[in-house]
Design a binder for this molecule. Structure first.
Ligand SMILES: Nc1nc2c(c(=O)[nH]1)N[C@H]1C(S)=C(S)[C@@H](COP(=O)(O)O)O[C@H]1N2
Ligand SMILES: [Mo]
Length: 263
């Protein structure tokens, strides 16, 4: 599904580029000299149109099922890493994450460094959803935090951006060449899905360390391992081929898990 959406987006970009060309040609016919203002105007408008059209195609907003308060699992299993072996992280944790900053980097116009207060003043979404782990268990929980889309818009994703990488603080300490920290990635379409949020609260309380404090991804239409916990940096990239073994995530690279873990 994702590759089809990306293809559509590429085709739209191509259409956008073709449109720019023909409009500029028309412009050149009519104003043979001093066309730079006109040209900038047209380019601005085509940019807006292309971005709007892109978002429209990418807005595959079929929602994952949402549940009621009564459905919330009395016990929500914590899985994968439930603590973090990182000095910086543990220092932040000791200070109640007051000095925590989420870095938004890569192919963006405005790199960001967001504190938890910055994230808390953004419009939050609360969703009660079922978490499905590939190992075969599920739990229902309530998650709260800002949608990822507006955060990306704040940073300004550049046209070359196609994926978002999520880099985490934790590792499994399992290599000779040093620890490999957990990482994941999503296509832009999933980043702009309304239920894709950066959660700082779970079941109405500050997110606990086992569940990924201070901030974790929720991407409700995909399996548990996509939901990166202990977020450190989110980076917009054009390809994840150069990262790790090139499959887009810790488990994708290490265990052959699917990159698109749709449920
Ligand atoms: N950083 C990080 N994110 C992670 C993991 C992890 O070990 N480290 N485990 C993944 C897996 S396999 C699952 S099922 C969920 C578990 O989330 P939970 O601890 O809130 O149940 O987190 C996912 N995200
Ligand atoms: Mo999982």
């Amino acid at each position: 599904m994702t590759s089809r959406l990306l293809l559509s987006r590429r085709r739209l970009l191509a259409l956008g580029a073709a449109g720019t060309g023909s409009l500029l040609l028309a412009g050149c016919d009519r104003w043979s000299s001093n066309t730079s203002d006109f040209r900038r105007d047209v380019l601005d408008r085509v940019d807006e149109l292309t971005e709007g059209a892109q978002r429209l195609v990418m807005r595959d907003s079929t929602l994952a099922r949402e549940y009621s308060e009564a459905d919330i699992s009395p016990y929500f299993r914590a899985n994968g890493n439930i603590r973090v072996n990182d000095r910086d992280y543990n220092r932040l944790a000791e200070g109640g994450f007051a000095d925590y900053r989420l870095a938004v980097t890569g192919l963006v116009d405005r790199p960001l460094s967001l504190s938890l207060d910055d994230l808390r003043v953004m419009t939050a979404r609360t969703q009660i959803t079922r978490h499905d782990c590939v190992e075969g268990w599920s739990c229902i929980g309530k998650w709260t935090g800002p949608q990822l889309g507006p955060i990306l818009d704040l940073a300004g994703v550049q046209p070359a951006g196609r994926f978002v990488m999520f880099f985490c603080y934790d590792d499994f300490g399992n290599t000779l060449s040093g620890p490999i920290r957990y990482y994941e990635s999503l296509g832009l379409a999933d980043c702009y899905h309304p239920q894709t949020i950066l959660a700082y609260a779970m079941n109405g309380e500050t997110l606990s360390i086992p569940h990924g404090a201070p901030l974790r991804l929720r991407v409700e239409r995909q399996l548990g391992y996509k939901h990166a916990k202990f977020l450190r940096e989110i980076r917009v990239v054009d390809s994840f081929a150069p990262i790790g073994r090139g499959k887009g995530g810790y488990y994708e690279d290490g265990d052959g898990y699917e990159w698109y873990a749709g449920i």
